[in-house]
Design a protein around this ligand. Sequence first.
Ligand code: HEM
Ligand SMILES: *[C@@H]1O[C@H](CO)[C@@H](O)[C@H](O)[C@H]1NC(C)=O
Ligand SMILES: *[C@@H]1O[C@H](CO)[C@@H](O)[C@H](O)[C@H]1NC(C)=O
Length: 245
Amino acid sequence: MKGISPFVGIAITIALISLLFTFLYPLLYHHHSPSPPTPRLFTVEDLAIYNGTDNSLPIFLGILGSVFDVTKGKSHYGQGGGYNHFAGRDASRAFVSGNFTGDGLTDSLAELSSTEVKSIVEWRDFYNRTYIYVGKLVGRYYNSEGNPTKYLKGVEAKAKRGAQLMEKQKIEEAKVPGCNSRWSQDEGSEVWCDNGYPRLVQRPLEIALTGKMSKRCACYSEIDLDQPGLEVYEGCGFLSKSCRL
Ligand code: HEM
Ligand SMILES: *[C@@H]1O[C@H](CO)[C@@H](O)[C@H](O)[C@H]1NC(C)=O
Ligand SMILES: *[C@@H]1O[C@H](CO)[C@@H](O)[C@H](O)[C@H]1NC(C)=O
């Protein structure tokens, strides 16, 4: 009687092994990675307990109503850490204001610009990537059922609008190259163009983005110099390639 071809034998062995792994792997995997703790709902008072004062407790931080376990960042968030004020509370606003005193430590984002709001959402994403999500703070951003409030939805929409405006501004600015610039102690600052002529121009979306006026130096070709809104640098000639400031 002829034996089975060694190739078939190998094929069957491989098939059996992969079958074994398919079933075993999830079991092994599960065993080695305990699922994250179930998200819980915090009140302001619940959260305050985890402010790093009690060394036997973890340290929790709230941002936009999401609560993260930042115990592994104890050197920042623990007692004496430079960012201890973020521990045990939601001080979302301070992530852009840098004001860690008194009423600066608030979760209110009233009057912030869309880029500032975007920056806070990016901080939340940073915590989500870096630390362990543990739950939600009931209040401004989540209601007592743990559902996002209108305020949170408004914040996320504003951040998204900020991102779109920044993208649009980037595309617009790419159409007209920026000036070169340099600064030195004795020469002061200077802007110049390799192609075209230096003009100061208001960034069109800046007010929508930041609520502030902002100008940039861009290099315009001769045929574009009659566009409205282009400002010749003070003390600089209409067709100078370089301007001292
Ligand atoms: C609005 C102002 C600021 C805010 C809200 C802020 C916030 C933070 C936070 C939350 C962390 C900890 C991140 C983590 O968990 O790993 C951090 C780390 C750090 N910050 Fe700031 N920061 C601000 C301004 C500054 C300034 C002005 C400097 C420097 C001049 C600075 C230098 C650092 C450094 C070096 C680290 C990393 C420290 C380390 O990993 O050991 N920050 N910042
Ligand atoms: C921080 O915020 C509080 C409340 O809005 C304000 O009174 C205080 O002047 C601010 N401090 C700084 C350094 O901006
Ligand atoms: C954290 O990241 C996960 C995975 O991308 C996402 O599903 C979740 O909504 C994020 N949570 C927060 C609070 O941003």
